[in-house]
Design a protein around this ligand. Structure first.
Ligand code: ADP
Ligand code: MG
Length: 351
């Protein structure tokens, strides 16, 4: 996706039953190699536009700092200096890397931002029309450089050091959710009372929409019956989001099928291969987007049992979809998810 191509669209929408004063203003742009949409509820268009611009400016700034593919991002500087020297970084980069390490720790390494050397072998982010499975010895070799414990952080000096040459950071599993968090803060700082920030499938909302309800969102059908031009509109369930973030990781977003097997972009740091679990989609709901983004990836890697256990132990909500279209909900979510597609069946999980 071309990052320069910006889609500047302002649409004014009236919500049913709301007053003249409550309007929604929405704009989408391509940032972080994906579609970002900011929806703001407000009484003045000028104020709403200003807030939306602040939100996008924040996402753009983070994109500049964190982009793995950009020549001049801070992450690229850290990666180039792996095994050589620590690199001084901005407050934001230091903060997200710390958060990524924390998530790695609590997931026992199922989430690992040093997965980059393995990710680059798979080429999911590039040309999925020319799929190839990397040779096992190449994967094993790249895996030697995957270890979040070798990320050395010096907070006082604001420095990050990757302790071994060949190591590299890829924040693709946490940056979008983090950007949604920061954009929400930027929008709030403009005096806005309700907004929804979506960085692809990593979405954070706050406040109530103009109809006085939480933001109603759909979860994409991981196995739709028919091929659609707008797959994200094909949802199997909906729920209401109130002052929370939501992220979905699935095996259907970036994948290829070879010899009857599905290969996708969520990799198991233990094997270097796509996570081999019973799951096809994981949705996580929590107060912060960096948590939902990274935990959705981690739970996908951990599988049903360990994944459910982790979420329940943290008091975080999750919707796990297994291969047979069976849905498992964490306890707190039961009765709060509206399942639209009857091919999907909610089953009770008992550990
Ligand atoms: P998406 O980017 O489609 O929202 P995820 O949030 O699940 O999907 O993140 C997947 C991305 O994160 C991959 O494209 C890769 O860059 C990186 N990644 C893959 N596996 C892992 C992992 N086990 N831990 C951390 N990052 C990962
Ligand atoms: Mg994600």
């Amino acid at each position: 996706m071309k990052r320069a191509a910006c889609l500047l669209m302002i649409s004014l929408a009236f919500m049913s039953g709301c007053t003249e004063r409550d309007r929604m203003y929405r704009e989408s742009r391509v940032l972080m190699d994906t579609f970002c949409t900011i929806t703001v509820a407000g009484s003045s268009e000028e104020k709403a536009r200003k807030a939306i611009n602040s939100g996008f400016a924040e996402i753009e700034k983070l994109d500049g700092l964190l982009n793995y593919f950009s020549e001049d991002s801070e992450i690229t500087a850290v990666n180039r200096a792996a095994g050589i020297r620590p690199v001084r970084v901005s407050r934001e980069t230091l903060d997200i890397v710390k958060k990524a390490v924390h998530i790695s720790e609590i997931t026992g390494g199922a989430f690992d931002p040093t997965i980059a050397p393995v990710v680059s072998l798979w080429k999911f982010s590039k040309d999925v029309s020319a799929p190839s499975v990397p040779p096992e010895d190449a994967v094993a070799d790249a895996l030697r450089y995957v270890d979040y414990r070798k990320i050395k952080i010096n907070t006082a000096a604001s420095e990050i050091y990757l302790a071994e040459k060949g190591m590299a950071l890829d924040l693709g599993g946490i940056a979008k959710g983090y950007a949604a968090d920061r954009a929400v803060e930027a929008v709030k700082a403009e005096g806005i009372k309700a907004a929804l920030v979506a960085v692809a499938g990593d979405i954070r909302g706050f406040g109530l929409n103009p109809s006085g309800q939480g933001w109603r969102l759909g979860i994409q059908d991981p196995r739709p019956a028919a091929v659609s031009e707008r797959p994200w509109e094909d949802v199997f369930a909906t729920l209401e989001l109130r002052d929370k973030a939501i992220s979905t990781s699935g095996d259907y977003q970036r994948f290829f099928i070879k010899d009857g097997r599905r290969y996708f972009h969520i990799l198991d740091p233990g094997t270097g291969f796509p996570a081999d679990t019973d799951l096809i989609s994981v949705t996580v709901i929590a107060p912060e987007g960096y948590v939902t983004d990274s935990l959705a990836t981690a739970v996908f890697v951990l599988g049903v049992e360990k994944g459910m256990k982790l979420l329940e132990s943290m008091g975080i909500d999750g919707i796990l979809v297994c291969a047979g279209k069976k849905i498992l909900l964490t306890e707190n979510l039961r009765g709060k998810v509206n399942i639209l597609n009857t091919a999907y069946q909610a089953v009770n999980y008992s550990p």
